[in-house]
Design a protein around this ligand. Structure first.
Ligand code: FMN
Length: 342
């Protein structure tokens, strides 16, 4: 129904406006008695064979929502009703920020992709915390990842303290953390992926983590544009800092093979054009590290087969963003069903 009826209407309008409209519609629908259970019965696949235990957490299924869609923790409960096994909120920064001027999100229909240069628009970490507080974790709550970043105005030399602020603020309210140093839309952010600053950043957070009564898994989210040499550095850094794992990958700055007319927009490219490269990165990390740490695979998953390919390449869990926009919530169910039958 989504692809034949809803998507053709939604795709007529500006992508960011539609994002807000869909957000409000999902929230409204979920406020109608009976709808949350209806959505669950339509999209959830409950089967113990789908459960995964990864970095000490028990996931009810391996299909998660990637960061960026529910940046401010406004809709994670409602999105969970569509069958996701976990939801990643963020990227959150210490202070609220508007992000880049609009227009900043573009649909590349012929390529099955999106280009975005949102620039970490978010209401700030504290506002998200206030929302998370209203939904104390109870039995059956969906696992939540907290994806953290730095404000645009914070120079890279002071970036560590931005990540520390977000870590401290979210510590009691999320199940795992993601250190995002791979967005192409915050100037110079990707320089934090270099060996020295990255080791320093992750070690500082790990030290903070060690001082807490319970340690939360910290993951690193990387760009698909890293060279093999840089990926080998990442493996070293994960081993030295003993972080829990890696999310591969964020969006790409490559424009290879695109046909859509708006392909030259500045920003990060996601969706189908990213499928192959992100799987290559997952396979490289998994093979070269001898499966030393878990990987969450993300990038261009638009079919159940794409998901299986990422898992076979070495991912323990997967996440969706652009595929969810193009294919709708049925994709989550398709993947879980296929996993049960393969
Ligand atoms: C509009 C948009 C906003 C995004 N915002 C974030 C973000 O704030 N933090 C982050 O780590 N990744 C962000 N991403 C990247 C996604 O989480 C994901 O890594 C990437 O899009 C590749 O997956 P996909 O091809 O399934 O979309 C964003 C992606 C899109 C399309």
């Amino acid at each position: 129904m989504y692809k034949s009826l809803i998507r053709p209407i939604l795709f007529r309008f500006d992508p960011e406006k539609i994002h807000h409209f869909t957000f409000s519609s999902i929230r409204f629908l979920n406020s109608i008695p009976g709808i949350p259970s209806l959505l669950k019965s339509m999209y959830e696949v409950n089967d113990p064979r789908l459960e995964r235990e990864v970095f000490g957490l028990k996931f009810k299924n391996p299909v998660g929502l990637a960061a960026g869609l529910d940046k401010d923790a406004k809709l994670y409960k409602e999105l969970a009703n569509m069958g996701f096994g976990f939801i990643e909120i963020g990227t959150l920064t210490p202070k609220p920020q508007d992000g880049n001027p609009k227009k900043r999100l573009f649909r590349l229909r012929e390529d099955g992709g999106l280009i975005n240069r949102m620039g970490f628009n978010n209401g700030g970490v504290q506002e998200a915390v206030e929302r998370l507080k209203k939904n104390p974790k109870g039995k059956g709550h969906v696992l939540i990842g907290g994806n953290i970043g730095k404000n645009k105005v914070t120079p890279n030399e002071d970036a560590v303290s931005d990540y520390e602020i977000c870590f401290d603020a979210l510590y009691d309210y999320v199940d795992y953390f993601v250190v995002n140093v791979s967005s192409p839309n915050t100037p110079n952010l990707r320089e934090l992926q270099d060996k020295e600053p990255l080791t320093n950043l992750l070690q500082t957070l790990q030290d903070k983590n060690a001082a807490k009564p319970v340690q939360k898994p910290i993951l690193l989210k990387i760009a698909p544009d890293l060279t093999d040499e840089q990926l080998l550095d990442i493996i070293d850094i994960v081993k030295t800092t003993k972080i829990a794992g890696v999310i591969a990958t964020n969006t790409t700055i490559s424009r290879e093979g695109l046909v859509s007319e708006n392909k030259q927009e500045t920003g990060g490219l996601s969706g189908k054009p990213l499928t192959k490269r992100s799987t290559e990165v997952i396979r490289f990390l998994s093979e070269k590290s001898n499966k030393a740490f878990p990987i969450i695979g993300v990038g261009g998953i638009h079919t159940a087969d794409d998901a299986i390919e990422k898992l076979e390449a070495g991912a323990s869990l997967i996440q969706l963003y652009t595929g969810f926009i193009y294919e709708g919530p049925a994709l989550i169910k398709d993947i879980n069903k296929k996993l049960l039958n393969s």
